[in-house]
Write a protein that binds this ligand. Sequence first.
Ligand SMILES: C[S@@+](CC[C@H](N)C(=O)[O-])C[C@H]1O[C@@H](n2cnc3c(N)ncnc32)[C@H](O)[C@@H]1O
Length: 202
Amino acid sequence: MITLHDLKQIALITDIPIMSDETIETISKEISIHHCFTLLEIGTAIGYSSLSLAHLHPHLNITTLEKDEDRHFEALKYKQQLDVRNQVSMICQDAFEYVPKHLMDCIILDGAKASNQRFFQRYFPFLKTSGVMIIDNIDFHGVREQDINHRSRQFRKMIHKLSAFEEWIMSQNHINVEKINVGDGLLKITHKHHDESFYGKI
Ligand SMILES: C[S@@+](CC[C@H](N)C(=O)[O-])C[C@H]1O[C@@H](n2cnc3c(N)ncnc32)[C@H](O)[C@@H]1O
């Protein structure tokens, strides 16, 4: 019988990127603060983050999307052993084709980093007004634009897109955006609520 610890080791040995323990811990706190019952994750990989969060939150229903078939089927294999309460639905589909059936309490964007802005624009409308969106790896292992001249063109493009996305999201005044310095950097995004007591006085 496999454990979550074994799954983490498999990901590390086979070079599959997964969330750090402190990232999972931080997301777990947000799930509690926002009383989340439904969670959508973009980027299952082999299921480490979704199966870990399901284990920590017995009442959480998780839908997770993965476009790579091999990873999806490997994740399903681990789900059979680790998802004892059947909380996690693993879907093999590109996140740009999937349409959620209802609004979500929590949405995690952990797919291709260069696509963050498009993921955000597609999925933020599916976040409940009380919900929280988390975007992982916003600092991509601490790599800075000035340090990447020797890297491949594709890598430089991805780092550039990540910084451009951070600048763009920080300029969006209709939402709350908070940067959290854990793991490779997280963005926490929530709806901005109108101050109803203020409007009531007009
Ligand atoms: C960083 S890994 C996810 C790690 C996982 N959340 C964990 O911590 O265990 C990113 C995954 O997103 C998948 N991905 C990238 N773009 C995607 C898309 N448009 N739709 C669905 N999956 C995508 C990749 O194939 C990859 O397996």
